[in-house]
Design a protein around this ligand. Structure first.
Ligand SMILES: Nc1ncnc2c1ncn2[C@@H]1O[C@H](COP(=O)(O)OP(=O)(O)OP(=O)(O)O)[C@@H](O)[C@H]1O
Ligand SMILES: [Mg+2]
Length: 258
């Protein structure tokens, strides 16, 4: 359902970015020949340190960035040749995309529902279901600006799922959330998986990847250094938990920029 073949994404850096990143190179290879596939009914986790290339990869899958090289298909549609088809089948959530602070969760939900071509009845039904699950009813008419981080994240998640997409692409969905709110988000992702959806998430939280993901791809310096089930990764690295496995892989592949 998601097929990434040799994804390479190169950013051209401005002088300011070069100074910030303390580099003399004016290009940054954020994704370097990444290949992976994820299928319906599974949660695939992209795990990697800061700057590994997780967000870049997910943005390419979500059609927000064009790969420099390589190909990605989502539900059989090419992300560059048929981006509209891809967008119809996905939900994309990232820290950088924010709901408009001036509007309420309810307004944004209905707005995106209409944008997806849904009729009023269908929108009402979805709103009822999602606002119920995430406990949004109580603050549905408050401005996004007035909400706490947790409320805002829950509202963003609900809005991103209005059209009941087949593929859910969430970039660090529990970032900044307390454990109760984080658990309600990860539990919902499990529910979606049981409904047969494909979920791809990024995280740098080892315990979250261990508990939530059916398969994990570890990305270091733009490269996928391994992927598999937790058991497979532990066997491959002769480690007792994911954190140990990660450090084994980091020792082997993380040196260049360490
Ligand atoms: N628009 C951009 N222009 C230039 N460089 C960028 C741009 N976006 C990301 N980068 C660089 O590309 C690399 C990968 O970034 P990316 O955001 O994909 O990493 P990440 O794994 O999501 O990290 P984090 O855990 O911090 O979210 C980093 O070195 C980052 O500085
Ligand atoms: Mg990121």
């Amino acid at each position: 359902m998601i097929e990434i073949k040799n994804l390479t994404k190169v950013y051209k850096l401005t002088k300011k970015q070069m100074a910030e990143q303390k580099t003399k190179d004016n290009i940054k290879k954020a994704a370097d020949h990444i290949s992976l596939s994820a299928k319906k009914g599974e949660i695939y986790g992209l795990l990697g340190p800061n700057g590994a290339g997780k967000t870049t990869t997910l943005r390419c899958v979500a059609t927000l960035l064009k790969p420099t090289d390589g190909e990605i298909t989502v539900c059989g549609y090419d992300t560059v040749k048929e981006p509209e088809k891809v967008r119809e089948s996905i939900s994309f959530l990232t820290n950088e995309i924010k709901l408009d602070p001036q509007f309420s969760a309810r307004y944004m939900f209905d707005f995106f529902g209409r944008l997806h071509g849904m009729d009023v009845k269908a929108i009402d039904k979805r709103r009822e279901l999602l606002f119920d699950y995430f406990g949004i009813h109580d603050f549905q008419d408050k401005k996004i600006d007035e909400l706490s981080t947790g409320m805002r994240q829950k509202a963003s998640i609900a809005v991103s799922l209005v059209h009941d997409p087949e593929v859910v692409i969430f970039d660090e969905p529990t970032n900044g959330l307390d454990i109760v709110t984080a658990r309600s988000v990860t539990d919902y992702l499990k529910l979606l998986k049981e409904e047969g959806k494909l979920i791809i998430v990024s995280t740098h939280i080892m315990s979250e990847a261990e508990k939530l993901c059916d398969r994990i791809g570890i990305i270091i310096n733009g490269r996928k250094v391994t992927d598999g089930t937790l058991t497979e990764i532990l066997q491959e690295t002769k480690s007792k938990d994911l954190e140990d496995a990660f450090f084994e892989l980091y020792k082997a592949y993380g040196k260049e920029e360490a």
